[in-house]
Design a protein around this ligand. Structure first.
Ligand SMILES: Cc1cc2nc3c(=O)[nH]c(=O)nc-3n(C[C@H](O)[C@H](O)[C@H](O)COP(=O)(O)O)c2cc1C
Length: 161
């Protein structure tokens, strides 16, 4: 099985989740950061995982554009979809996941979940720090990666068929 994890990230937490997932996926798994690299051609991959993070309710436009541009090809592959999102309520997080990807891709995906988040104030630009302080009411760094969910996510993609 040849896989690729294609992701968008602003401060690196999606990349951390992608690396944890990469370790759990069987076979050969490449990483592609869409913020730095052009979208790859998908022909060589059996499994494609797409991941992004949520800012003020929305996932990165670059990820949405990649999904739309490659929809037909993606629907012919095994697909996993994930987010990093700081929203603490599980139902609200799942809603963010449903809003982040096109409905047909969500229906097709074998695995989809929120896999963690990180809030690192020293990394943020002024605007993001200001918003985050207002929303969270403090300026404490937080970081959580859901390794159990990452393992389940990988387990589904590693299954045959
Ligand atoms: C300015 C700002 C706005 C955010 N808005 C949301 C949001 O609407 N919903 C959410 O679940 N998380 C929100 N987050 C949390 C991020 O999704 C979280 O920190 C994520 O891990 C960032 O991933 P990245 O570093 O890979 O970009 C926000 C974070 C910042 C800094």
């Amino acid at each position: 099985m040849k896989s690729i994890i294609i992701y968008t990230t602003k401060y690196g937490s999606v990349e951390e989740a992608a690396k944890r997932l990469q370790k759990q996926l069987g076979g050969e798994t490449e990483l592609c950061n869409l913020m730095r690299e052009r979208g790859p051609s998908l022909g060589a991959f059996d499994t494609v995982v797409l991941g992004g993070s949520v800012y003020i309710g929305r996932v990165q436009k670059r990820l949405s554009q990649f999904c739309s541009a490659h929809m037909r090809e993606l629907l012919g592959k095994k697909v996993g979809l994930f987010l990093c999102a700081g929203e603490p309520k599980e139902d609200a997080r799942q809603k963010e996941l449903e809003n982040a990807f096109p409905p047909e891709l969500l229906r097709h995906a074998a695995a989809k979940d929120v896999l963690g988040y990180a809030v690192r104030f020293e990394k943020m630009n002024f605007f993001d720090r200001f918003i985050m302080k207002k929303v969270s009411g403090d300026s404490a760094d937080k970081e959580e990666y859901y390794d159990d969910r990452i393992a389940t996510f990988a387990g589904v993609l590693n299954k045959d068929g």
